[in-house]
Design a protein around this ligand. Structure first.
Ligand code: ARG
Ligand code: ZN
Length: 459
């Protein structure tokens, strides 16, 4: 049937117009998920359910061979769709059983299936690819993605780096389960998210299989490779712990890692049940990285962490990982909450009270960088990891605690983690939930602390 010209529509009765709209030709999915800070991150027109990633990494040549099988569902009639992939060479691409056409345009891998996809249709995309992964440089200047180290690679993807090592719908709005099959030289260990599902060695190489059952945002995936000392155990709550530690960091890391079960228990008492069946830590030696990341179930540290950092990355398992962002602008929902967990931990373990930490921060002059922008509006991707997001974000939670009292405050945190478990949150949703739990109008207080420019008046 020839495509009708739109001007015809205006002259037709409503029912006929609706019929024609239903017959509208399939259209391309958008090249981004609509995030103003990272317009090309993620894509439109489909929803990923599962990533099955098979990787082989040569730590000597830094060459990566990859195959990604992506199970997704079309959310519109799709003539073509994008994946995000930065660098690397695509050597084959099929949709279902058919070879599909594809082009590369910056970070967009544009896929045109032989037959267009119907809204609601499930489909599988298989991408084979290879090359030397290169990290991306974030707007704040830090490296992000597949970051080579002297014995492997430190792999972390917040906010953008997932696309440096697998084709993804690279925005936290789209969460999926994962399987990883990673082959590395026999004297190396490959550590991903979730539970270790198998491991075997042949011909000088070891293959590790990892299964991440609960939905995960692409930026929280890891496949860190190195020479590691491995420790495995199950906690009293039945959580399977897998720690991988660079031997050069082991002595410093040991006393902190020993506390992981008690930190998770303490956080579970505060925030509700730990959201995952697996836990652990990857302690690497990655001097060029400069940060740790709350990779799901198993945070990755660029060197032996201190206890506060362990508490922080563990708290992210509830706030950031299980309850995901809908938009990067809301990053304080991750960083402010994880920072506040550090304050609470200190307060309940013989350190400074949260009030004391708040007061010391509040004493900083109005010209201090802490007040440069409000935590709920960093303005661009360059500032999403700035101090106002972490410290003033935590101050906003402390102001809330003061306004509603300790008991209601903890109820709010727990309800937030429980009601959005394996899902998403927004700042507006958090304010609504806090108001519901407290029965108070908190709009003005949260506006002041989360959105208002400059140093707020004394609370
Ligand atoms: N979310 C990490 C944390 O726990 C910080 C990640 C920083 N990433 C970056 N590309 N600068 O604080
Ligand atoms: Zn954090």
């Amino acid at each position: 049937m020839p495509v009708r010209r739109p001007f015809v529509l205006a002259t037709l009765p409503v029912a006929v117009t609706a019929l024609l709209a239903a017959a509208a030709p399939p259209s391309p999915g958008s090249s981004g998920a609509g995030d103003p800070y990272f317009p090309l991150a993620g894509n439109g027109g489909y929803d990923v359910r599962h990533y099955d990633l098979t990787l082989r990494y040569d730590t000597g040549t830094r060459h990566l061979d990859g195959k990604a099988v992506i199970t997704a569902r079309a959310t519109q009639d799709l003539s073509r769709f994008d994946l995000d992939l930065s660098g690397l060479k695509v050597t084959g691409l099929t949709v279902g059983r058919d070879k599909a056409d594809f082009t590369r345009k910056g970070q967009e891998l544009v896929v045109t299936p032989r037959r267009s996809l119907r809204k609601g249709q499930w489909f599988k995309v298989t991408v084979t690819y290879r090359g030397t992964p290169r990290p991306v440089t974030d707007p704040d200047g830090s490296p992000d993605g597949w970051i080579p180290t002297d014995d492997g690679a430190f792999v972390a993807g917040e906010p953008q780096g997932a696309m440096t090592w697998f084709p993804a719908n690279n925005h936290p709005k789209d969460k999926a389960s994962y399987d990883f099959t990673i082959t590395v030289p026999e004297n190396r260990t490959a550590v991903a998210n979730g539970v270790l599902a198998g491991r075997h060695t042949a011909h000088g190489h070891t293959t590790f299989r990892w299964h991440q059952a609960e939905p995960m945002a692409a930026y929280l995936a890891t496949a860190t490779v190195g020479k590691f000392e491995v420790e495995q155990y199950t906690t009293r709550d039945g959580i399977r712990v897998y720690n991988a530690v660079d031997p050069r960091e082991a002595a410093t890391a040991a006393p902190v890692l020993k506390k992981l079960p008690s930190v998770l228990e303490w956080e579970s008492r505060l925030f509700g049940p730990y959201p995952y069946r697996a836990a652990g830590a990857i302690v690497d030696r990655a001097p060029d990285v400069g940060y740790a990341l709350e990779t799901q179930t198993r945070p990755v540290y660029d060197s032996a962490p201190d206890l506060a950092t362990l508490v922080h990355e563990s708290a992210h398992q509830w706030f950031g990982d299980s309850v995901s962002l809908t938009s990067w602008k809301d990053i304080w929902l991750n960083e402010g909450f994880a920072t506040y967990a550090e304050w609470l931990y200190s307060e309940q373990h013989g350190g400074d009270s949260a009030q004391k930490t708040f007061d010391e921060l509040y004493a900083r002059p109005a010209s201090d960088a802490l007040w440069e922008f409000p935590p709920g509006d960093p303005g661009s991707g360059a500032d999403i990891f700035g101090e106002p997001v972490y410290a003033r974000g935590a101050m906003a939670l402390h102001a809330l605690r003061r306004a509603v009292g300790d008991q209601v405050f903890l109820r709010v945190l727990r309800a937030w983690a429980t009601e959005h478990r394996d899902g998403h949150g927004t700042t507006a949703g958090f304010v609504r939930l806090a108001e519901r739990e407290s029965g108070k109008d908190l709009n003005a207080l949260l506006r002041t602390w989360v959105y208002q420019d400059g140093k707020p008046a004394a609370p």
